[in-house]
Structures are given as structure tokens and as C-alpha cells.
Design a protein around this ligand. Structure first.
Ligand SMILES: [Zn+2]
Length: 311
């Protein structure tokens, strides 16, 4: 089946992702609107968002819950507290599957976008998410390959529209993070701190984050135990995926229809269908995924998934 192949090549995803990381200046983005993404009403978010206290079940109507602002100490706004799940939990749900303690009873989908923000793709992705009222998690390359040259209003818009921002490194440089194919814990930590600082430059000191994704994926590298542990000490947890649309594969699907189908089939074959962490990219000009996104959302919805974000 093509999927065993998919899994094998998944690590190569960021070769393409890297190519996609270049983003020339595109059209400036529009100003933020009120949050469109509304969380699942019946979901039971772990409550272990940035803090550990239980989240408000519904967006607070108080004036302090300004949707354009971060919830202090979080990677999302106040409204998103209703559907945020802790990175630590999502990490375990992926690693341990249904045996993991606290495994959700409802089906939850996390749309995750790597390699952005980019001026060409991110606004289009945000437009679709807004129309569909679906929240997502954006894993930023916080250095010059993406955030450094992106319109910073995209970052604020992402928060204002109810999404979450996690880290996908500062450098996205394999040789720096994994010299000889082996994780360098010091580099991984230093790079993540640098990314955090870069995002705080845009969002302010209130930004805090617990989820990160290794460039190329955790599965692609050896010797990451030390880096995983060092990051866990900082209360940050790597997030892999169990479904993808192939937009990072060396041989990407030929059409958006095929890309959307791949999400369903990889998820079904993952053996862990209760939690869908879908790997997608908002690298430059990613027409494949932008074309597939409405169908991906529709398929997940009709399969009974509610959408969450990762803290
Ligand atoms: Zn990447």
C-alpha cells in the first residue's frame, strides 16, 4: 500500500518544506476580524492548556477577553481556551495511542501547518479556516526562512482568529539541529529558545508555548532522547502527526482531491483514529493544500471529529 511508503518518506517532507520555506513578499494581509473559529461545543478539552486550571467552557463575554490579544502565558487568545489541548497530552496520545491516560472519548482533529508564515499561503489558509469556523495550530519557522520575512500582521491575525502558534524551529537547518543525522540537544534547545524570542518580538512577552515540531519530523532522526528530555524539562513537547496530505512528500499527490483522500487513508491506517493530527504546510504557494483544505475539513467533520488546537 502506498501508505507504508508514505510513512517511510514522511521524514523527507521537509526537504520539500524547505524549498517551500522561501517566501517572497506577497500581498499584504488584511486586518484582523473578530474571531471566527469557534471550538467544539461538546468537546472536553483537557483543560491542561498553558496553565493547568480548567479552561472557560465558553468564550468569556467580559471586555478583558479581547480576541485580538493573547491569553497571558498562552499561545492563543481567550476564546481558544474552549478548545485548546495540552501539547503534553497530544504528544502522549500520538506516542501511546488509545492506551494513553486521558485519551479523549470524543474524536478530535488538529490541523497543523508547518513552515509558515508566508505571505502567499497563510492568508489563504486563514480565509478558509475562517469560512469553515475551524481552528488550527500553526508551527512557525521563526527565523529568516519564514517569520523573518513574513508580514507580521499575519501573526496577529492568526491569534485574533482563534488559532494557536507553536514552534517549528528558528533555523529549520538539519545540519545544525541534527549533525550527522543525530539530534544535538543543546542546539535543539537553543534554537527553540531563539524561536520563542522571535515570536515574542511580535506578540509580546505574554506569549508562551508548549508544543513544537522537529523539522523533518521526530521519526527522521536518531538520538533525540536527550533533546526530548531537555525540552520536556522546559515543559515543551514534540508533536508528530498521524495523518498527512502529502504536500511535503518528494512525490506529492497530483491533485488536491488526491491530497485530501490521503489524509483520510493515512489516518485510517494510523491505528489511532481517535486523535487526528494532520500534517499540512503553509509554505509559499501551496496550492495543493489550499485546494484540499475544504475537503479535508468536510471529511473530518463527517467522520465525527471536532477541532482543537495545541497549546
Ligand atoms: Zn518543515
Amino acid at each position: 500500500m502506498r501508505h507504508s511508503w508514505r510513512w517511510v518518506v514522511a521524514g523527507g517532507l521537509s526537504v520539500l518544506g524547505l524549498v517551500g520555506c522561501g517566501s517572497p513578499p506577497g500581498a499584504p494581509t488584511q486586518a484582523s476580524d473578530p474571531p471566527a473559529a469557534t471550538g467544539p461545543s461538546a468537546g472536553s478539552p483537557s483543560g491542561s492548556s498553558a496553565g493547568s486550571s480548567s479552561p472557560a467552557p465558553t468564550p468569556s463575554p467580559t471586555p478583558s477577553a479581547d480576541p485580538t490579544k493573547l491569553k497571558p502565558g498562552a499561545n492563543h487568545n481567550n476564546a481558544a481556551s474552549a478548545y485548546v489541548y495540552s501539547a503534553k497530552d497530544v504528544n502522549r496520545w500520538l506516542v501511546e495511542g488509545e492506551k494513553a491516560a486521558g485519551y479523549p472519548r470524543n474524536k478530535i482533529a488538529f490541523l497543523t501547518f508547518d513552515d509558515g508564515p508566508t505571505n502567499s499561503s497563510t492568508p489563504r489558509v486563514l480565509d478558509i479556516l475562517k469560512k469553515e469556523k475551524v481552528p488550527a495550530t500553526f508551527f512557525y519557522i521563526a527565523g529568516p526562512k519564514a517569520l523573518g520575512k513574513a508580514d507580521k500582521s499575519l501573526v496577529r491575525r492568526t491569534i485574533a482568529e482563534g488559532h494557536a502558534i507553536d514552534i517549528h524551529s528558528y533555523s529549520h537547518d538539519y545540519s545544525e539541529l541534527y549533525p550527522g543525522g543525530r539530534g544535538n540537544a543543546k542546539q535543539v534547545v537553543a534554537d527553540n529558545e531563539k524561536a520563542l524570542a522571535a515570536i515574542r518580538k511580535v506578540l509580546g512577552p505574554d506569549y508562551a508555548v508548549h508544543g513544537y515540531r522537529y523539522p523533518g519530523g521526530h521519526q527522521s532522526w536518531k538520538g533525540l532522547d536527550e533533546a526530548d528530555a531537555a525540552m520536556a524539562k522546559k515543559d515543551r513537547y514534540w508533536i508528530e502527526w498521524n495523518a498527512l496530505d502529502g504536500d511535503g512528500d518528494a512525490e506529492a499527490p497530483a491533485s488536491s482531491e488526491a491530497a485530501a483522500e490521503l489524509v483520510s487513508s493515512t489516518l485510517a491506517e494510523s491505528g489511532n483514529p481517535g486523535v487526528a493530527v494532520v500534517l499540512l504546510h503553509d509554505y509559499k504557494d501551496n496550492d495543493l493544500t489550499i485546494g484540499a483544505l475544504p475537503t479535508i475539513i468536510e471529511d473530518l467533520r463527517s467522520d465525527g471529529y471536532e477541532f482543537g488546537v495545541i497549546d
